[in-house]
Design a protein around this ligand. Structure first.
Ligand code: NAI
Length: 337
């Protein structure tokens, strides 16, 4: 079951889609994996998607055949390993989420595995769908977004308004965990999460919500830690055999829906996402996650952080140097390859 707010958003999309363009091809690169399969399922339910193009080096045609039987209007096609170009061609959105099958767990391992895969996928999308919006789910997002951006720059098709690091899982977890701590409905616990998308670079601005403001002392410390390291709970519960897949698929589908609403001209769609940002450029930080207004061209407006509590200022202080390192690592990878 989708959460109530997501269902509401989907039904708003349904009303909206009657007047909006229905020609939206969405390509999922890595569709055979733990996130890719449920994400494909959720995208099949989205009326703003007219065509779903599922690609993976293994298993995508099977996932596509399965998902294609669902009784929504969109068409679904599956592409095997040698058909990346065909899968990506003319897509409006391209979601990238690969990792090697035996999921390694440290961020360094993830970088070593994913950096070259993400680089090559971005190069293919640049070639065959230069105007696509790229949604980067592949970790480490703090580095893969700069990698994709540098690849698009090299190909001469970079538009900062079209590259997004998907940090929505941090937002989803914040609402859920804050809801549990304060015995409130997560719908009433919308938290802006800023910074990056790993451990200490994740900065939830709890003081900006009525429910969050009420959490103090040890409870606050525990809540922040749980939001920053929520992924570890899932890895542990899965006995190291995988990371968050279902909640991530939900988060990825939610962000995709928000972006499609913005692209289709809906006003007032504002959500956190990791993008090229002016907010900390003076500190040498090119990419940053904050509340971003989504519109017909992708990123429409990057909102300032607003007022922070003393605790949040400290979290931000810890985030910035780490984030800078992660971004530089991604950029260096492309310049050296
Ligand atoms: P998985 O290992 O279950 O699936 C990955 C899929 O990518 C596999 O089906 C594999 O065959 C495919 N693949 C590998 N190389 C490929 C290539 N060159 N082209 C196309 N497909 C390729 O992994 P899972 O659990 O689905 O995770 C995917 C990614 O999402 C990982 O990088 C993970 O770290 C990241 N992630 C991101 C989160 C976020 O909040 N942004 C949260 C959780 C995971």
């Amino acid at each position: 079951m989708l959460a109530r707010s997501a269902l509401r958003t989907l039904s708003q999309s349904r009303q909206f889609s009657s007047s909006a363009s229905r020609q939206t091809k969405v390509a999922v690169l890595g569709a055979g994996g733990g996130i890719g399969q449920p994400l494909s399922l959720l995208l099949k339910l989205n009326p703003l998607v007219s065509e779903l193009s599922l690609y993976d080096i293994r298993g995508a045609p099977g996932v596509a055949a399965d998902v294609s039987h669902i009784d929504s209007a969109s068409e679904v096609y599956g592409y095997p390993a040698d058909q990346l170009d065909k899968a990506s061609r003319a897509s409006r959105l391209s979601l990238s989420l690969p990792v090697c099958p035996a999921s390694p767990m440290t961020r360094d391992d993830l970088f070593n595995t994913n950096a070259s895969i993400v680089r090559d996928l971005a190069a293919a999308v640049a070639r065959v769908a230069p105007e696509a919006h790229l949604l980067i789910i592949s970790n480490p997002v703090n580095s893969t977004v700069p990698i994709v951006s540098e690849v698009l720059k090299k190909a001469g098709v970079y538009d900062a308004r079209r590259v997004f690091g998907v940090t929505t899982l941090d937002v989803v977890r914040s609402a859920r965990f804050l809801g549990s701590v304060t015995s409130s409905n997560p719908d009433d616990c919308k938290v802006t999460v800023v910074g990056g998308h790993s451990g200490p670079t994740i900065v939830p601005l709890l003081s900006q919500t009525t429910n969050g403001k009420a959490v103090k002392g040890e409870a606050y410390e525990k809540l922040v830690h749980r939001i920053q390291f929520g992924g570890d709970e899932v890895v542990k519960a899965k006995d190291g055999a995988g990371s968050a897949t279902l909640s991530m698929a939900y988060a990825g589908a939610k962000f995709t829906n928000d972006l499609l609403r913005g692209l289709n001209g809906e006003k007032g769609v504002v959500v956190p996402t990791f993008v090229k940002s002016p907010l900390f450029e003076d500190k040498g930080i090119e990419y940053f996650s904050s509340s971003v207004e989504l519109g017909p061209n992708g990123v429409e407006k990057i909102h300032p952080l607003g007022s922070l509590s003393a605790e949040e200022e400290k979290l931000l202080e810890a985030c910035l140097p780490e984030l800078k390192k992660n971004i530089e690592k991604g950029k260096a990878f492309v310049s050296q390859s």
